[in-house]
Design a protein. Sequence first.
Length: 270
Amino acid sequence: MSWIRERELSLVERLTANILKAGPMPKHVAFIMDGNRRYAQKTHVERQEGHSQGFEKLAETLRWCLNLGIHEVTVYAFSIENFKRSKEEVDGLMELARQKFSRLLTEQENLEKHGVCIRVLGDLTLLPEDLQQVIAKAVVSTRAHNKCFLNVCFAYTSRHEIANAVKEMAWGVEQGLIKSSDVSEVLLSECLYSSNSPNPDLLIRTSGEVRLSDFLLWQTSYSCLVFQSVLWPEYSFWNLCEAVLQYQLSHQSLQELPPSLHRYDHIFLT
Ligand code: IPE
Ligand code: IPE
Ligand code: MG
C-alpha cells in the first residue's frame, strides 16, 4: 500500500470539490488520526490491522487533499505518550513504520510525479536505530520535492517540541551565539520542528475525542478546530468536505482577528 492512493474522484466528488474550492480553502490541514483500535474492535479485526488500515486511510486522505488543492498536511501518527502502550502494540507500530518508510524508498517515481516532500517531526532519538536510519533515508529522498508537503509527527508531543526549542535557545545563549534579549516568540517558532511550515489553518480530530493530546499546541493557537465522530480508518471524502465547510463557515470570524494575531505568517511566506 503506497503513500498516495492513485484514484480519481467520482463525478459527484469532483463537482463537490469544485464548489468548495470556490470558497476560501485551508492551505494547511492537520489531522489527529484517532480511533484505530476502536475500529479494529468494531470490525472484529486484529488491533494491528486497525493501525494498518489507518495508514491506508492516510494515503487516501492525502489524495483527497491534493484534489482539493490543499498542499500541506500534518498528521499525528505516534505520540511520545504512545510509548506507554503495551510492548506488543509499540513493537507492532514500529514495524508498521519500518515497512511504510522502506516502501517510500521504492516509490520515488510516484512521489516525484506529485512533488511530495515528506518530513518527520519528533524526537527521532527515541526510536530504534534501524528505524531512525530508514526514516532519515526516506526524508532525504523527497527533500527536493516542493509541490506538496506531508509532515508526519512521530515520537512527537508539543510540550517536548517546545521544551526542546527552549533548550536550543538556552544553548545558543550559553555559547554566545545569541543574546538573552534575542529570545522571543518568533525565535522560538523558528526552533520548533515545524519551523519550515506555515501554521495549520484547520485541525481535524477524528473518533469523537475532544482534546488535542499534546499536538501542535503552539502552532494551532488560531487554527479552526474540527472534531468529528468518525473513526480514522473509516474517514471519507465527505467527512473531509464537511470539515472544510466548517472551516469556511468560521473563516469570516478568523479573518476578523487583529492582524497582530497572524504575526507569524510573514516568517513562513518569505
Ligand atoms: C490512533 O488510534 C493511532 C495511534 C495512537 C497510534 P488509537 O490507537 O489511539 O485508537 P483508539 O483511539 O484507542 O481507538
Ligand atoms: C493521539 O491519540 C495520538 C495519535 C493520534 C497518534 P491518543 O489516542 O494516543 O490520545 P489520547 O490518549 O486519547 O489522549
Ligand atoms: Mg486514541
